[in-house]
Design a protein around this ligand. Structure first.
Ligand SMILES: Nc1ncnc2c1ncn2[C@@H]1O[C@H](COP(=O)(O)OP(=O)(O)O)[C@@H](O)[C@H]1O
Ligand SMILES: [Mg+2]
Length: 282
């Protein structure tokens, strides 16, 4: 693939601190034949924010569905590798057991109940929790991080803006008492200033709730701003990894993923298309 031509896989670097999540050599297949993830290894240290970046179809959602146990829904399975949560093997367990460990996924395009109020959406998430904690306390903490939801608590969720819907989806996830919160494509369809604001809130959540966060993103720039470590995925593999500084300073990452390739191209997707067309025609 043109985009990975200049990228080298660096040897897996030890990230500081003990890991809440360790994925090693993960391979996932759909319908027993389509290999979507090949030999992916990644680590989320306790209380950290780790991001997995990559273009459409890279295998990011498949990886997080494997971590949270949702593969069977799509006729997919883990063929190789392992997934450990605080040293305990969780690969292949059903979603409800994985959720009990404290792994909560906010999936891509998470559905909220549009005909219910914001408040009722939250209450539902709360009662779904096996061991619900004090509701008033939880609601107060959530509204502290997301004041926009507090202001709209009596409104129907169907009237929320794109950014507020994402806030509500994350708030619902938090009501499940996660230790590791996985957010798949928070930025999807949102304006850059909204994404920036949401990312700051994600950072705030880490401190407020004392959790670890795995952030799946196409919007590399905003994710790198708040992450402690990042992985870049292409074609089902990790092709590059490092600290935000290392990612920012790597020439190919800058050009392909951070959109500083010049010629007025502002996103790595455009750079990618440009590269491809150059390769094709000359
Ligand atoms: N339900 C499915 N059945 C078959 N193949 C799938 C399914 N979902 C995803 N894939 C394939 O797996 C690969 C990775 O997809 P995905 O994990 O959704 O990537 P990303 O989240 O990075 O966009 C793609 O080639 C995609 O076509
Ligand atoms: Mg995806």
């Amino acid at each position: 693939m043109a985009i990975t031509a200049g990228l080298q896989v660096s040897p897996t670097r030890e990230i500081e601190g003990s890991a809440i999540l360790t994925v090693a050599n993960l391979e996932v297949v759909y319908s027993r034949v389509i290999v979507a993830v090949q030999g992916v290894s990644l680590k989320v240290p306790e209380h950290s924010i780790v991001t997995v970046l990559g273009t459409n179809g890279a295998g990011k959602s498949t990886t997080v569905r494997a971590i949270s146990g949702f593969l069977p829904v799509d006729d997919a399975e883990i063929r190789k590798g392992s997934i450990h949560f605080r040293g305990q093997s969780i690969g292949g367990l059903p979603p409800y057991q994985i959720a009990r460990f404290g792994i909560v996924l906010v999936p891509e395009r998470r559905k909220i109940f549009e005909t219910l109020t914001v408040w009722d959406n939250l209450r539902i998430a709360h009662v779904r929790n096996d061991k619900p904690s004090n509701w008033n306390q939880q609601a107060e903490r959530l509204f502290g991080v997301f004041p926009a939801l507090a202001a709209r608590r009596e409104q129907l969720a169907g009237y929320l803006s794109g950014g507020e819907r994402q806030m509500l989806a994350i708030a619902q996830g938090l009501l499940c008492d996660p230790k590791l919160l996985i957010v798949d494509e928070l930025s999807l369809g949102l304006a850059p200033n909204l994404v920036h604001d949401l990312m700051e809130r994600i950072q705030q959540l880490r401190h407020e709730f004392g959790i670890s966060i795995l952030l799946i993103e196409q919007d590399a720039l905003s994710a790198i701003e708040i992450a402690d470590y990042g992985y870049i995925m292409e074609g089902g593999r990790i092709v590059f990894e490092g600290s935000p500084e290392k990612l920012r300073n790597h020439k190919d990452v800058q050009e392909f993923y951070l959109g500083s390739g010049g010629d007025g191209r502002t996103s790595y997707r455009e750079v990618k298309q440009y590269r491809r067309s150059r390769r094709w025609w000359g």
